[in-house]
Design a protein around this ligand. Structure first.
Ligand SMILES: [Zn+2]
Length: 410
């Protein structure tokens, strides 16, 4: 058992948790100054509150001084494409210089470029690059990280990438919790006649194969016009549900094609992007437990209009923010930076922002036992060496995070 004592400021998100992460007001951060947290040997929270109200039975618990720290629930990045070969810096410069999507494709850019680089990269190189990226992401305070496969789009290499993500999960155990999402249905390779052909030849048989290894935490699909349709999505989701695997979906980024509604109908953990979601989709999300995940970094990077976060928040949806870190449309791996910039532009209040990267982001991965620092939840924290919680979002791009393992001797 351990007593984290003299915490300068503790954001418990108790209020947000009581409201299931919906319709939050600023007080739902449930901020406590000079706080204490008691953690048991299994890393569960036994008690949190004002230091002056610590129950006497915990008075002699061995303690760690946290007087320099602001502590929040652990930051969770619930949507990333962290494993990829090469990079597409040249393509972004082309974009800045006025090139459009077709010019870039002609010059060998786009997802096909990442596919080629991922296919030709050796696994040790991909593993080493991913480790460096995860260390950096962790240095910003992220403790749980979702990683999707989906840049090989070839049976054997996709299999190896999902296995590689599993290896990363083992490698970072105790430091960063990794969630392994199977996204073979990311795009249809040119060598296949149709999305159905690719689903039948690669996506579905490989899911069967990988499910035997028990290493897939969720499936995901790029449900957009010209990519994968409703039938492909239903095929994947129905089988994933039979196998007891969670489901997620890239939805309504380019057009409103009913992706959010489809996600609710299938009981998805989350639907992500949502730039074009209709009122019907928002209404359905507000009545479901599916998390609406907004990825503002991608819209910033591409110079697109941001998602209308307020329409989701005001309708009572559970909203998360994630980085969408990837080599093509958002080469930014710093979710806190993205959240700082997104806050005012998406008109989110401070409790909505913190909940979107902790409590609701955890729910987007089906981890409902973390995201609030209250009795019964997992002791997963982000720790910042600064004066107040306000300074973290305010000081955009500055990193106050320190490793919880080091700071709290966890
Ligand atoms: Zn994505």
């Amino acid at each position: 058992m351990k007593h984290l004592k003299n915490i300068k400021e503790l954001a418990t998100l108790k209020g947000a948790h009581e409201k299931d992460g919906r319709r939050l007001s600023p007080e739902d951060l449930s901020l406590i100054k000079d706080a204490s947290v008691i953690v048991d040997t299994d890393e569960n929270i036994l008690w949190s509150g004002k230091a002056s109200e610590l129950p006497s039975k915990f008075k002699d618990t061995p303690s760690v001084d946290c007087s320099n720290f602001v502590i929040t629930p652990e930051i969770v990045d619930s949507h990333t494409h962290t494993v990829f070969g090469g990079n597409r810096a040249f393509e972004y410069s082309m974009r800045l210089n006025g090139a459009d999507y077709q010019d870039i494709a002609k010059a060998g850019g786009g997802i096909l470029n990442t596919m080629e680089k991922t296919l030709s990269a050796d696994l040790d190189e991909l593993f080493k690059d991913a480790c460096e990226r995860i260390e950096r992401i962790h240095s910003y305070g992220v403790g749980t990280l979702e990683i999707k496969s989906g840049y090989a789009l070839d049976y054997n290499k996709e299999k190896e990438i999902t296995q590689l993500i599993h290896k990363l999960k083992e490698r970072f155990r105790g430091k960063v919790q990794i969630f392994n999402t199977y996204l073979a249905a990311h795009a249809v390779p040119k060598s296949f006649q149709s999305s159905k052909d690719y689903m039948d030849t690669v996506v579905m048989p490989l899911l069967e194969d990988l499910s035997k290894e028990g290493i897939v935490d969720a499936v995901d699909i790029f449900h957009e016009q010209g990519y994968f349709d409703e039938q492909d999505t239903a095929l994947l989701f129905d089988r994933a549900k039979e196998l007891g695997i969670g489901i997620k979906v890239h939805a309504d980024e380019f057009n409103d094609n009913g992706g959010a509604a489809l996600a609710c109908q299938h009981g998805a953990l989350s639907c992500d992007h949502l730039l074009q979601t209709s009122k019907d989709g928002i209404d359905k999300l507000s009545r479901s437990s599916t998390v609406a995940t907004i990825l503002p970094g991608t819209a910033f990077f591409l110079g697109k209009k941001l998602a209308n976060a307020r329409s989701f928040l005001d309708a009572g949806c559970k909203v998360a923010l994630a980085s969408d870190y990837n080599p093509g449309s958002c080469h930014c791996d710093n979710l806190l930076l993205i959240s700082s910039i997104a806050g005012k532009n998406l008109e989110m209040n401070i409790a909505e922002i913190w909940s979107a990267i902790t409590l609701n982001a955890s729910a987007a991965l089906g981890m409902n036992d973390q995201g609030a620092i209250i009795e019964g939840m997992k002791a997963r924290f982000s720790v910042f060496e600064t004066n107040s919680l306000d300074e973290i979002i305010y000081s955009w791009g500055r990193n106050f995070s320190i490793s919880p393992q080091k700071a709290l001797s966890l």
